[in-house]
Structures are given as C-alpha cells and as structure tokens.
Design a protein around this ligand. Structure first.
Ligand SMILES: [Zn+2]
Length: 192
C-alpha cells in the first residue's frame, strides 16, 4: 500500500523535506506520511478535514471579514504570553543546539548580504575604521550596499583601503564601491 522510502523526521528536517515517513502507525493506526514541521499524520489531517462541519473556505472568508479584529486579538495574546514564550524559546534552543545550527546556517545563506555587512562592521569597529559619528541611516546605507552586492554577485571594496600603506580609509558609505571578484583581487590593498 505504501511504498515511500523510510525517512525519519530528523533526517527530513535536515534535508528540508516537508514530509517524512517512518512506517510506524500514528496513534489512530494510520501508516502514512507525516508533516515534518509538527509531526502530524496526513491521514489524520484528512479525517479532521472531513469532520469539519463547514468547509475550510468558510473559515478563510470569516478571517478576511474580521482581519483587524483577529489581528488585535493575536497581538494581545502575544503580549500576554510574551515573557513565557521567550523563556520557552531560550530553553528550546538550549535543548536543540543541532536544530539551532541548521536554522542559523539556512538564515545566513538566505541573508548573506546582511551577514557580510555585520562581519565587516564588527571588524571595522575593532580597528576603529567605523567612525563613532556614523548615523543609523548611513549604517543602513552600508548594509544595503552589501545586500545589493550579493544580489549582483559582486564584492564590496573600500575605495581607500582600511589598512592602506600610506593612508587608512573609513568604513563609510562614500568609501564603498562594488567590484567584480577579479577586479577586487587585482586591486588588493592599493589605492588607485
Ligand atoms: Zn493518523
């Protein structure tokens, strides 16, 4: 009946698969695929759907009609349990270091521009190349340059190098330019 390859939830999670299949029965005895995010059995989901008195579209349109009210309700509910949820999250992260690592590396891959900007910022602050008078707006401007560079497959270069031979540049928006990898390589630490 079922010819899925066996796949444990942790493996499916790592692979980023939406479903997994263990070959073991759920609590109602279905031998079926399960959803990786919450472990629910898809046969059970189907049964629950059938038991619903009104079709799912009814709830969806209800939601659309009262969107603002639901939103307000969710916000108060969130604030009510905010502290508790933060504590739960911290605990979950302590208990699941491996999952945290996977999530983090996925996020870094998707947001590599932000990560590059953050890394260089940390380095420049240490070496005092980022001036203390830099405004929040200019800092965001810098971050945008790094994000754009990743999108265009370019590298961000300091026009006047931060550690040049005769002159040291600053980590400010107007000292940044986008170069191709080979252009950046051939430029090195020179100010041309
Ligand atoms: Zn089931």
């Amino acid at each position: 009946m079922t010819d899925y390859a066996r796949l444990e939830r942790s493996v499916a999670y790592k692979k980023g698969d939406m479903y997994y299949f263990t070959g073991r029965g759920c609590k109602r005895g279905h031998i079926a695929k399960r959803r990786t995010t919450n472990g629910s059995c898809i046969e059970c989901e189907r049964e629950n759907d059938r038991k619903r008195i009104r079709p799912i579209t009814y709830y969806k349109s209800k939601y659309r009609e009262n969107r603002e009210r639901y939103r307000r309700y969710r916000k108060t509910a969130y604030n009510k349990y905010r502290e508790k949820r933060i504590q739960e999250t911290i605990q979950w992260q302590k208990d699941n270091p491996e999952k945290v690592n996977i999530k983090n590396s996925r996020w870094r891959k998707k947001n590599s521009g932000k990560v590059n900007a953050q890394t260089i910022r940390y380095r420049t602050r240490k070496s005092r190349a980022e001036p203390s008078w830099l405004t929040e707006k200019q800092r965001i401007e810098i971050r945008e340059i790094y994000i754009k560079a990743v999108e265009m497959n370019l590298e961000v270069d300091h026009i006047i190098p931060l550690k040049g031979r005769n002159i040291c540049g600053l980590h400010v928006p107007w000292n940044l330019q986008m170069l191709t990898k080979s252009e950046n390589c051939s430029k090195g630490n020179k100010y041309v």
